[in-house]
Design a protein around this ligand. Structure first.
Ligand SMILES: Cc1ncc(COP(=O)(O)O)c(C=O)c1O
Length: 359
């Protein structure tokens, strides 16, 4: 269940926390048509990861000029498809991808993703994306030589980043890149500070206002005046707007002596972010208030890894029985979008939308 009013509130809260930034919604977090239209009406731009997301946005009437093809992993044919659809902004982190963009999306605006030295986030990207900062300088010069418009550096501090210092470090590194490019007559028009803005689950996250203050301070210190700021949130706009309504399928004491509670939702039909127990969602039940005790929480499939929490301490009522409803809170981001495959024959999540799309 997605509450559009909450999405709107989240968007406006972020707008107040970062009043000068352009907000680019990462569609992958929740590609729900009503959310995309609502955010477009609020003035958002969109980060798209594939031709599927590009076609979906354009099909919904989104202006392709507001799309950025932000996935650094793209086939030539997909870049050509994006260009033909009117997409003129791309992110990259390798010379090969840059060459493909120059060939199939000539003249486009490009942002170079570098791997910042930010501390690890809750759901880290590791070294999968981003070049070294010194390479970003070389590649943005190369972009100009290939006839593209180098826009500036881009970093993502990892999703659900709980340490505001991460953005200070990223902005400082982006500033050094901007300075080096200025010497080569390449003005940096904008810096993309990525997503990663956290929300509170079981663990509390810093407030958006606190993050906004750290980012504004870093921008004032390290970026040339009048540099545009782009922020690319997914989770922060939609996470708190979603609730998953699930059901207890079975309860047993396993041979390991622990109480196991099996739900009708698991790792493969929406709870992908419980992998490595990265995200600890709050769970409400109809029996809250009864005596509670520790439990292992597992999904319904025949896969041994389909266990949500066995190290995280989860307390649930001892009276919980098969058939009881449970509510998994703050599940608006990276749930339905992950459950696109009917693993073990369990269908993907159905999304119900409440609230007004326009005020
Ligand atoms: C390129 C890109 N931008 C933005 C985001 C959004 O990140 P978050 O949901 O942490 O704000 C992601 C998430 O994976 C991403 O891959």
């Amino acid at each position: 269940m997605i509450d559009l009013d909450r999405v709107r509130d989240n968007y406006r809260a972020l707008r107040s926390a970062l009043p000068t930034a352009r907000i680019r919604f990462a569609v992958k977090a929740s590609p729900v048509p009503q959310i995309i239209r609502l955010l477009a009406a609020e003035g958002a731009e969109f980060d798209v990861a594939s031709v599927g997301e590009i076609d979906q946005c354009i099909g919904l009437g989104i202006d392709p000029a507001t799309l950025c093809y932000g996935n650094p992993i793209k086939k030539a044919a997909h870049i050509a498809h994006a260009h033909a659809a009117g997409v003129r902004r791309y992110a990259f982190d390798t010379e090969d991808d840059l060459a493909r963009i120059a060939e199939h999306a000539p003249g486009s605006h490009v942002e170079c993703r570098f791997l910042s030295s930010a501390p690890e986030s809750r759901t880290p990207f590791g070294a999968k994306f981003g070049c070294a900062p010194s390479e970003a300088i070389r590649l943005l010069v190369r972009a100009r030589d290939l006839g593209l418009t180098p826009v500036g550096p881009y970093f993502h501090v990892g999703s659900q980043q709980l340490d505001p210092v991460a953005w200070r470090i990223g902005v400082e590194q982006a500033g050094a890149i901007a300075e080096a490019l200025a010497v080569k007559d390449i003005p940096v028009n904008s810096v993309n500070i990525g997503g990663g803005l956290p929300i509170s689950y079981v663990d509390k996250a810093p407030e958006l206002s606190e993050l906004g203050a750290v980012i504004a301070d870093a921008v004032a210190r390290h970026l040339p005046e009048h540099t545009d700021l782009v922020v690319e949130p997914g989770r922060a706009l939609v996470g708190s707007a979603g609730v998953i309504h699930a059901e207890v399928v079975n309860v047993r004491t396993a041979p390991d002596g622990r109480r196991w509670i099996y739900l009708d939702i698991g790792r493969y039909n929406g709870m992908a972010e419980t992998e490595n127990e990265y995200i600890a969602y709050r769970i409400e039940t109809s029996r809250d208030g009864d005596t509670s005790d520790e439990a292992v929480i597992a999904g319904p499939t025949c896969d041994g890894d389909d266990v949500l929490y066995q190290r995280t301490r989860v307390l649930l009522p001892t009276t919980l029985r098969a058939g009881d409803p449970v509510r998994i809170l703050d599940t608006g981001a990276y749930t339905a979008s992950y459950s696109s495959v009917s693993f073990n024959g369990f269908p993907p999540l159905t999304v119900h939308v409440i609230g007004a799309e326009r005020e």
